[in-house]
Ligand binder design. Structure first.
Ligand code: PEP
Length: 250
């Protein structure tokens, strides 16, 4: 881990019903403890629960983010879509963009770039997901793919420090498969170098995502340049999520 703030981003994906919110109570209590001040806990529920989450988050030291947005800004005749302005109005401060589960159903680098720009206009803090597929990994195209995703996703964006990059190998999401620590270290180092050199980021923040759980966290936290984790499946269970935070921080 780095010595900076450590992010724990809970991606609840398409899982939401009101009683699930009770699963936040223990996490709220934990976030108030001095020991865990360093933890940047961010919950990203579906749009339907954003306002409720924001309300509850005020009881503790946690933040709330959306999982996506539409690429057009403001309000307008776009049935079924949600803009960054609407997200901002819920009180959420973060947004996940470029998740592979959105890329596989149509989001390309150009669309993601528009979404990033719209999020910057609303001063949302961005969690920008990148990562190679299994096929790309086998073809040894990982570095080329992630560089391309960054260069095009962040086109015409400079010095916007409120972007956290989530390096998520697609083949690791929800599968239990995982790269070796040194492989994650190398990718994070590569990403941070691009962010510093090409985009003038002062302190690039890069987290890892893909099958993180309370069993493998003790090993993952040994990676020296990682700024935290994006957690899908394991974040739905508050005990497991708390376990991840505790094992990382203590
Ligand atoms: C994710 O949704 O970004 C993710 C990493 O999921 P999981 O932790 O379930 O692999």
């Amino acid at each position: 881990m780095t010595n900076n703030k450590i992010y724990f981003i809970a991606n609840w994906k398409m899982n939401a019903y009101s009683s699930l919110i009770n699963r936040l109570n223990k996490v709220i209590n934990l976030s108030k403890k001095k020991k865990f001040k360093k933890a940047g806990i961010i919950y990203c529920p579906p749009f339907t629960l954003l306002e409720q989450f924001v309300k509850i988050s005020k009881r503790g030291n946690i933040d709330v983010g959306a999982q996506d947005c539409f690429y057009e800004s403001g309000f307008g005749p776009y049935t079924g879509n949600v803009s960054t302005k609407m997200i901002k109005l819920t009180g959420a401060r973060y947004i996940i963009l470029g998740h592979s589960e959105k890329r596989t159903i149509g989001d390309n680098n150009n669309i993601i770039n528009k979404k990033i720009k719209s999020s910057i206009n609303e001063k949302l803090k961005i969690i920008f997901c990148i990562g190679e597929s299994y096929k790309e990994k086998k073809q040894k195209k990982t570095y080329q793919v992630i560089k391309n995703q960054i260069i095009h996703g962040l086109k015409n964006i400079k010095k916007y420090n409120d972007i956290i990059i989530a390096y998520e190998p697609v083949w690791s999401i929800g599968t239990g498969l995982m790269p070796k620590n040194y492989e994650i270290f190398q990718k994070i180092d590569f990403i941070k170098t691009i962010l510093r050199k090409k985009f003038k980021f002062n302190t690039p923040k890069v987290i890892y995502g893909g099958s993180v759980n309370s069993k493998n966290i003790n090993n993952l936290k040994k990676i020296k340049n990682v700024d935290g984790f994006l957690i899908g499946g394991a974040s739905l269970n508050q005990n497991k999520f708390i376990d991840i935070v505790k094992k990382t921080i203590i």
